[in-house]
Design a protein around this ligand. Structure first.
Ligand code: ZN
Length: 323
């Protein structure tokens, strides 16, 4: 967490390096921005107080630079300052904002700019609420609200008790549900799926935050934690319901799945047989299948099959685990 002391040090001695840089000509900024956005962000302007409804907006989500899209603030750090400008106690990352001494208008202030594209954002003051004590006083016109992003991935990799447990431990994974997909029967029972007559695979449906974990990460973890080279079989479990499959929710997921399979092929002795299919519908499995490993850790199957899989995943993807 940044404090006023950190801010003064950045302003005096230089700012942290940004993750990326965006540079455009004046002409390009003029073409991209509205007159008011241009005046504030590129000409160090200030919008009129109480001119934006963003001041009274407190829904979850993130705020990005209107010029370059870099995420700057989280709605969790926004507070009601009654100043007429949207106010935050902390930036989303320590290097997302740059600080500069500003002695214009007969005042000594600290100007804040987007560290990625140098857009003027506003000023920061040491009179904010605890714990940081900071008040980032921002021009609403310099910011754009970004809704919380969520994406869905649907994978089959054998018994869903196992695959669900692997993904539940990852940071950025918001939820994992066990169910059935790829078949022809609506709302199938576990018994029907196990008989192999429904066409469904046992799958898990993962909701994730792509800012914390990418679809590519999930693909790599999926393909490394089951055997993608055995057709319709995982260990002792045999049948089409145990097939290795990726149900793509869009073209981008389909292309990434093809790429990651090609990249990982060298790591396997046999050809990867994982199917890539367009996602159609997910049928959630019966309640007793949800979080099965968590609820039945002493079950013999869990001990024999899931625990070693989890240990392997924890070792391979240590930096992606929930703390
Ligand atoms: Zn920017």
């Amino acid at each position: 967490m940044l404090t006023w002391k950190n801010i003064l040090t950045f302003a005096d001695n230089g700012n942290l390096a940004p993750d990326r840089a965006v540079r455009k000509t004046d002409q390009e900024w003029r073409a991209q921005l509205t007159d008011e956005q241009y005046r504030v962000t590129r000409q160090h302007g200030t919008e009129a107080a109480f001119s934006s409804s963003m001041c009274s907006l407190f829904e979850p989500g993130k705020y990005a630079c209107v010029c370059c899209g870099t995420l700057l603030f989280d709605a969790n750090d926004k507070f009601e300052s009654r100043t007429g400008w949207p106010s935050f106690t902390q930036p989303i990352k320590e290097n997302s904002i740059a600080y500069h001494g500003d002695s214009t208008h007969g005042m000594q202030r600290i100007e804040t700019t987007c560290n990625t594209c140098d857009a003027h954002l506003g000023h920061v003051f040491p009179d904010g609420p605890v714990p940081s004590g900071l008040r980032y006083c921002m021009n609403a016109v310099a910011l754009q609200k970004v809704a919380s992003s969520k994406e869905t991935a649907t994978f089959g990799g054998g018994c869903f008790w196992c695959t669900e447990a692997v993904f539940q431990q990852l940071r950025g994974v918001l939820s994992v549900e066990s169910g059935y997909s790829g078949g022809t029967v609506d709302n199938p029972s576990y018994k029907a799926v196990c008989e192999g007559t429904t066409g469904h695979a046992e799958v898990i449906q993962i909701m994730f935050d792509p800012e914390e974990i990418t679809f590519k990460d999930l693909l790599q973890i999926h393909l490394s934690t089951h055997n993608p080279t055995t057709l319709n079989q995982q260990g002792a479990d045999r049948g089409t319901q145990y097939r290795s499959v990726i149900f793509a929710h869009n073209d981008a997921q389909k292309e990434l799945a093809e790429d990651v399979i090609a990249e990982l092929q060298d790591a396997f002795d046999k050809p990867i047989v994982t199917e890539i299919k367009s996602f159609d519908v997910f049928h959630k499995a019966e309640d007793y299948h949800q979080s099965y490993y968590e609820n039945n850790p002493n079950n013999r199957y869990c001990q024999a099959v899931i625990s070693p899989k989890l240990a392997k995943a924890r070792k391979l993807f240590e930096e992606k685990l929930k703390k």
